[in-house]
Design a binder for this molecule. Structure first.
Ligand code: PGA
Ligand code: ZN
Length: 430
């Protein structure tokens, strides 16, 4: 495949901050990619290059744009790109740093994504199928739709309220993506009415990912409102929860400072066990800070004996916790070293996959492959700052991820991903 041109520009993300869009041209057409950006980023993520000057509050990406046009473009224009792997390797060599600090992971991922789209077009296959072929070089994986996780109440760094938990995600349990989307949307709309009636009109203001941001303090309150909304619609048996605690955000001097009080890792683990016993929670993402491996291992080690013995745990009473996914995000940052370290420490049994955390499609697929080898659950994820780009939907299908999270079933940049999945599901049925 010959690349005819490669252009980059600074555009707006969903928060109104600068981000990158690239346009890569081959004889098959022009292929566009938009780069997302996090607010609660992990400290081990690859570097997102920002200009850091007074313009745009330091958030400009003109240096990264320049890196694409002046460093990457001259190396790939008019060259024959034979594979995703060779293209990504070339970009990695041009950067040559561990954290992608020369070119910027945002610059690199933009080119990698656009090239992936162009390579799929070259083969005349949909993007998800091309990604599946890339991934199948490593392991057999049939095409299937991921289960969506809808972030219906926002807290933490994504909202102006006191909720410590960043994301309260509703995970519908129906069999098809279309049904799951409908359930998510019904719960979301009913939650809007419940919050408005019970708290007042300001409770339906939304956070960065389109979920409501009511002035609540405790996780229990948030889940109670969601359950009430689900019940009103007769859907309470059809939903589960995944929480993204994003605990690095409130970890200070070895302690977790929350609205519920100040916890040690052990104290917070006990609190989670209590929550799991009371609510239908199937996953907790970033329950502890990114380097607090002891607490992660403690939570998992309490779950492991239960799983191995295959019997009802003595603690917590009642609910089956053996299936709980303990999911790394800031912990694992889509980085093979961090994933291996987390496995060694038995810190988690699931992970978030975000391509901009690592910088190239090839590396993201390698990370996914590693996690699959460990039999971890994978949640392909958007970022809190997004564009209309729906690449992650094809990625989730291509690698056979169990889950995808793309915020609430509302707001254009979030809906774009869910709508793309609807289309893929209907294509696969034909
Ligand atoms: P971020 O949050 O995109 O702001 O980093 C998403 C997450 O923590 O999963
Ligand atoms: Zn997270």
């Amino acid at each position: 495949m010959k690349i005819l041109s490669l252009k980059a520009r600074e555009i707006l993300d969903s928060r109104g901050n600068p981000t990158i869009e690239v346009e890569l041209e081959t004889h098959k057409g022009k292929f566009i990619a938009g780069v997302p950006s996090g607010a609660s980023t992990g400290k081990h993520e690859a570097l997102e290059l920002r200009d850091g000057e007074s313009r745009r509050n330091g958030l400009g990406v003109l240096k990264a744009v320049k890196n694409i046009e002046e460093i990457i473009a001259p190396e790939i224009i008019n060259q024959d790109v034979i594979s995703q792997n060779s293209l990504d390797q070339l970009i990695l060599d041009l950067d040559g740093t561990e954290k992608k600090s020369k070119l910027g992971a945002n610059a690199m991922v933009a080119v990698s994504m656009a090239a992936c789209r162009a390579l799929a077009a070259e083969k005349d296959v949909p993007l998800y199928q091309y990604i599946n072929e890339l991934f199948n070089q490593k392991r057999e994986q049939p095409l299937a739709l991921p289960r969506p996780c809808f972030n219906v109440i926002n807290g933490g760094a994504h909202a102006g309220n006191d909720l410590d938990v960043q994301e309260f995600m509703v995970v519908p349990q129906a069999d098809t993506f279309a049904e799951n989307l409908e359930i998510g949307a019904e719960v979301y709309q009913e939650l809007k009415s419940v919050l408005k009636n019970k708290i007042g009109p300001s409770a339906i203001n939304v956070g960065d990912e389109g979920g409501f941001a009511p002035a609540l303090k405790y996780p229990e309150e948030a889940m109670d409102f969601i359950l009430e909304a689900s019940k009103n619609k007769g859907l309470q048996e059809k939903i589960k929860f995944i929480l993204d605690v994003a605990a690095s955000q409130f970890f200070e001097n070895g302690k977790y400072k929350t609205q519920m009080g100040i916890f040690t890792g052990v104290g917070l683990a006990n609190y989670y066990f209590d929550l799991i016993s009371k609510y239908p929670i199937i996953g907790i993402e970033d329950p502890f800070a990114e380097d607090d491996f002891d607490s992660w291992s403690l939570l998992i080690s309490r779950l492991l004996p239960i799983r191995q013995a295959g019997k009802t745990p003595a603690y917590p009473a009642g609910r089956q916790v053996s299936k709980l996914a303990v999911v790394g995000d800031d912990l694992t940052v889509t980085n093979q070293q961090r994933i291996k370290l987390s496995k060694e420490k038995e810190a988690c049994n699931g992970m978030i996959l975000k391509i901009n955390q690592i910088g190239t499609i090839t590396e993201a697929l390698e990370s996914a492959s590693l996690a699959k080898g460990y039999e971890w659950k994978i949640i392909v994820s958007h970022r809190s700052g997004e564009t209309g780009d729906d690449f992650i939907s094809d990625l989730a299908v291509g690698i056979g991820a169990e889950f995808i999270k793309s915020g609430a079933p509302a707001r254009g940049e979030r809906a774009a991903k869910y709508n793309r999945l609807l289309k893929i599901e209907s294509e696969l049925k034909q």
